[in-house]
Ligand binder design. Sequence first.
Ligand code: NDP
Length: 295
Amino acid sequence: MTAKIIDGKAIAEAVRQEAADETAALKKQFGTAPTLAAVLVGDNPASQTYVNSKGKACEAAGMGSVTHRLPATATQEEVEALVRALNADPAINGILVQLPLPKGLNEQAVLDLISLDKDVDGFHPMNIGQLVMKGRVPQFIPCTPAGCIELLVRSGIPIAGADAVVVGRSNIVGIPVAALLNNADATVTICHSRTRNLPDIVRRADIVVAAIGRAEFVRGDWIKPGAAVIDVGINRIEDPSKKSGFRLVGDVCFAEAVEVAGAITPVPGGVGPMTIAMLLKNTVRGYKLQHGIGA
Ligand code: NDP
C-alpha cells in the first residue's frame, strides 16, 4: 500500500486564500487591514528569513505587516518597552516575537507581556493553559500545532475516537498538538526521550505526530498500516548531490513510512507551509477580536 500524500502546500494555499478573502471583507467594512507586527532582535539569519517570509505572506494576503528590528545588544527593558508599545497600538492586531531571543534576554518574560488579544503565536501561558483546560477556549492556538490539525481535518482523517500518539512534548509543538487532538476527542499518548518501548506505542496509533528534531527517527515498521502520519520535523542532512550540500528531511523515514501509512505529510511541503498560513488566520482573528466581532 502506498500512502496518500497530504499536500501541505496546497492546503496552506487554501488557508491563505481564506485569510485574504476575510481581509478583503474586513477592509471593506472597516477601512483598515489586519496588521501583524514582528519583533526581530539580533541578526540570527534563520530568524531573519522567517520574519521576511511572514511579512511577505501578510502582504500577499492584503494584510499589513511591520517589522521592528532591535540590535542583539538590546536590553530586556528595550524589548519589553517595544512589546508594550505594540500592545497599546490600535493599528496592530497581532504581535510576533521571533524566537529565539539573543542570550541574556528573558524570553518568557517577553512572551508573558504580549496582550492576550494580540498573541498570534499563541504562546502566552494563559492561551496554552486554556488550550489544555476542558471547556475553555483560548484566544489563539499556536500556528504549527493548529496547522497539523488543519491538515488532518482537510484531508478527511477522522480524529474523534482515534488513538493518537504524539512524539515530542515541547511547548511549541508537542504539548499543544496533543491538547488539540484531545480536544478533538482522540485518545492521546504523549511520548518523549524517556518513553520506553516507543516503537510499540507508535504502532498502536491511528494518528502519529512526530515533533522530535531527529532526522528520520520514526521508522516504517513503527507505523500501523493505514495510519495517518504528520511529520513536523525539519532536519538538514548532508547530500552531496545537492548544490547546497544538504537536503531537508523530517522526523519520520518517509521512504519507509509511505509504504505502510494511509496518509503522510512530506518534508518539505507538509506541515512547514501551514505555520505561516495559520499565522495569517490568527492575525485576522486578532483584528476581529479587537473590532468586537466574533472570531
Ligand atoms: P524540541 O527540541 O523542543 O522538542 C523535542 C521533543 O522530542 C522533546 O519533547 C524530546 O523529549 C523529544 N525527543 C528527543 N529525543 C527523543 C527520542 N529519542 N525519543 C523520543 N522523544 C524524543 O523540538 P520542537 O518541538 O521545537 O521541534 C521538533 C521538530 O519540529 C524540529 O525538527 C523542528 O525543527 C520542527 N519544527 C517545525 C516547525 C514547522 O513549522 N514545521 C515549527 C516548529 C518546529 P524530552 O522532552 O524528554 O527532551
